[in-house]
Design a protein around this ligand. Structure first.
Ligand code: KIV
Length: 268
């Protein structure tokens, strides 16, 4: 799959997308029939124990992206560009985005977007780096905006629509819409030719994305607009408890987990 194929998916039926941070998750997501993987900077909160996505570095994202790419066969892998890796200096931003594609093997990058990313999106797509835009709640701006719903009045909703058009014109192949009212997301989706992928943006986007940790029930809780479809946290705890008990009770390792050598003299 290429960015040009995803571009054509607008209006074609709901597209499932999921975050992945490592090779096994990528392989399992693909086996579950999910072909769009986002290596989100949410890895910062969900896997690195940070309070926000802000501390995540380019090298960390490149490492997670490379792992996902190794685990995926056919899936389209989007690398999220971390805070301050773009937006200040264009050449530096291109170098960082290039690292994701050239070194880590991503198919595209995602930029938390605003007026500062329109030109960059244009530049990147021009030189062959597909860009997924991201509007609405953009967690990298949490010190500026907080982690609140966006587009909740006419002016703010119009700004999202305007920026969505600007990024489409700049060449973005799709647009993530996070935590915006469903009616705003619907309008943006109807207006654009590229697919919108919603998270907390209602049912009318062209696709949906959630973090894998929330979907499988690995994270401690879920955002109000998210949903757990499993209880991996519970299953993991049960397995670890069983292992601890087996070790403490002397049941593990059993005979079948051990091997002996007759040729070793003077040892039991
Ligand atoms: O980092 C992330 O996981 C994201 C989304 C969930 C859209 O940006």
């Amino acid at each position: 799959m290429r960015a040009k194929d995803i571009r054509k998916m607008a209006g074609e039926g709901p597209i499932p997308m999921v975050t992945a941070y490592d090779a096994p998750t990528a392989a399992i997501a693909e086996a579950a029939g999910i072909d769009l993987l986002l290596v989100g900077d949410s890895v910062g909160n969900l896997r690195h124990g940070h309070d926000s996505t802000l501390p995540v570095t380019v090298d960390e994202m490149a490492s997670h992206t490379a792992s996902v790419v190794r685990g995926a066969d056919e899936a389209f892998v989007v690398a999220d560009m971390p805070f301050l890796s773009y937006g200040a200096d264009t050449d530096e931003a291109i170098e960082h985005c290039g690292q994701m594609v050239k070194e880590a093997g991503a198919d595209a990058v995602k930029l938390e977007s605003g007026s500062h990313t329109v030109e960059l999106t244009d530049r990147l797509t021009d030189i062959g780096v597909p860009v997924q835009a991201h509007l609405g709640l953009t967690p990298q701006r949490e010190n500026e905006t907080g982690l609140f719903r966006q587009g909740t009045n006419t002016e703010a909703a119009r700004e999202i629509l305007d920026l969505a058009h600007k990024h489409q014109r700049a060449g973005a192949f799709s647009l993530v819409l996070e935590h915006v009212p469903a009616n705003v997301a619907r309008q943006v989706t109807d207006d654009l030719d590229i697919p919108t992928i919603g998270i907390g943006a209602g049912p009318d986007c062209d696709g949906q994305v959630l973090t894998v940790d929330e979907i499988i029930g690995l994270s401690e809780g879920v955002a109000p607009f998210s949903k757990s479809f499993g209880d991996v946290r519970g299953e993991m705890r049960d397995a670890l408890e069983s292992y601890r008990e087996a070790v403490e009770d002397g049941d593990f390792p059993a005979e079948e987990h051990s091997h002996y050598e007759d040729d070793v003299d003077d040892f039991y």
